[in-house]
Design a protein around this ligand. Structure first.
Ligand SMILES: Cc1cc2nc3c(=O)[nH]c(=O)nc-3n(C[C@H](O)[C@H](O)[C@H](O)COP(=O)(O)OP(=O)(O)OC[C@H]3O[C@@H](n4cnc5c(N)ncnc54)[C@H](O)[C@@H]3O)c2cc1C
Length: 382
């Protein structure tokens, strides 16, 4: 005998839990999250570096950040869960004129949308981070409204409140089949059981493509390993240290538990599900970090993290319905910025499912059909 549900959400990471919470808040009764692991948030979400920023290159992503940041600001009051949202800003530092021109153009658009971003001289950038090496810089951008938050607490808050509102969270339950008939998903197989459903949401993070394949839908998302290193506490790191990104090398760092979280994207990393730490990579990350902030040389490495980005062809998310099936919804391909957009995505997809369209977020730029057209890529990706 199959069980009946209104919405089956595949994946209990930050997306699945946010979507479930927002659906339940809108009064949806039979919402189920299926998570194959024993715990929620152990996928990409569990490896997240916590960055939250308004400094994106497309208007759509800036708007998603704006909605999400407002949600993080009221999270504790609404969810009874502190997400440690610290607004120390993002400082992008730039070493060549063409990057400076591109960031100047982005800053213009961001300011038109009300984002408090400034283009800085190298000396002004050193006013934000006193330890910065600036001799090779041509400029920087800084937005003090950007910051970092705790992804584990966000998942916890969404899951706790989704459960309170009646969402069924089924752990250790892998979705292994999706049955389709007449242009609709009819049934999913989870943990060996059959569940008839009105809607299916693919919130499977780096595993989204495989979930799409079960339903005969091509979700163009590839898993790509990303790594960062955590240092022992260092007294010289100011409480106000921002999230610093050296755009030329891609190395980034922010204050974490009194020490530093230091990461870098390897452009040569091939798509794979490899989540093993490559300690050889530390030499390159360390070299770039020390070149930008020489005092990092004093750091002792205490830990390392390797996780998976869920990368789409244009580094923008895939959000909404698919043309092949009328009740299959994607929340995929966030390409390294999914944590910070989870509140907006949850809100938008609850509106899509309950009202038939999203009124809070313009989902047009995130349509899956764009890959057959001319997609506008997100440029500010690390
Ligand atoms: C190193 C690193 C740093 C990052 N830094 C940032 C950052 O600073 N800021 C930011 O905004 N984002 C960052 N991200 C990206 C962010 O973590 C992701 O975009 C976000 O967590 C995606 O959430 P998700 O819920 O879609 O995926 P996930 O958290 O991966 O959740 C998907 C879940 O689906 C489950 N699942 C998969 N297949 C099935 C199945 N068949 N049946 C049942 N369950 C299934 C998985 O077990 C998993 O728990 C970073 C990512 C990494 C790896």
């Amino acid at each position: 005998m199959a069980k009946n549900v209104d919405v089956a959400i595949i994946g209990g990471g930050i997306m699945g839990t946010s979507i479930a919470y927002h659906l339940a808040k809108r009064g949806m009764k039979d919402v189920v999250i299926f998570e194959r692991e024993e715990a929620l948030g152990t996928g990409s979400t569990g490896k997240c570096a916590g960055g939250v920023r308004l400094q994106f290159s497309t208007a759509a992503n800036i708007e998603m950040s704006r909605i999400s940041i407002a949600a993080f600001e009221r999270f504790e009051e609404e969810m009874d869960e502190s997400v440690d949202f610290k607004r120390n800003g993002y400082l992008f530092v730039l070493t060549n004129e063409s990057d400076l021109e591109a960031f100047r153009a982005n800053a213009k658009q961001q300011r038109q949308m009300g984002v408090p971003v400034d283009v800085l001289t190298p000396e002004e950038a050193r006013g934000v981070v006193a330890e910065l090496f600036i001799d090779d810089l041509v400029g920087a951008t800084f937005c003090g409204a950007d910051g970092i938050a705790n992804p584990h607490a966000i998942v916890q808050g969404y899951a706790k409140n989704a459960h309170r509102l009646g969402v069924n969270i089924v752990r250790s339950s892998e979705v292994s089949g999706v049955e389709v008939a007449g242009g609709r998903v009819r049934t999913i197989i989870a943990g060996g059981e059959r569940w008839e459903t009105q809607w299916v949401v693919n919130a499977a993070g780096p595993w989204a493509k495989g979930v799409g394949e079960m339903a005969g839908v091509n979700v163009p998302v590839e898993p790509v390993r990303r790594q960062y290193f955590l240092t022992q506490p260092m007294p010289w790191i100011a409480e106000t240290f921002p999230l610093l990104i050296d755009w030329g090398t891609g190395v980034y760092m922010h204050r974490e538990s009194g020490g530093m979280l230091i990461g870098e994207s390897d452009p040569n990393e091939p798509p794979s599900f490899n989540q093993q730490v490559d300690w050889d990579f530390l030499a390159r990350v360390g070299e770039h970090a020390i070149a930008r902030v020489p005092r990092v040389e004093e750091a002792e490495i205490q830990n390392a993290v390797a996780g998976l980005y869920e990368v789409s062809p244009d580094h923008n998310a895939i959000i909404g319905k698919v043309p092949e099936l009328e009740n299959f919804v994607c929340a995929n391909g966030f390409s390294g910025h999914g944590m910070q957009h989870a509140p907006a995505v949850g809100l938008a997809l609850a509106e899509l499912i309950v009202d038939g369209r999203s009124s809070s977020v313009e989902l047009e730029p995130y349509r899956i059909e764009r890959f057959q057209e001319d997609a506008v890529p997100e440029l500010n990706v690390i």
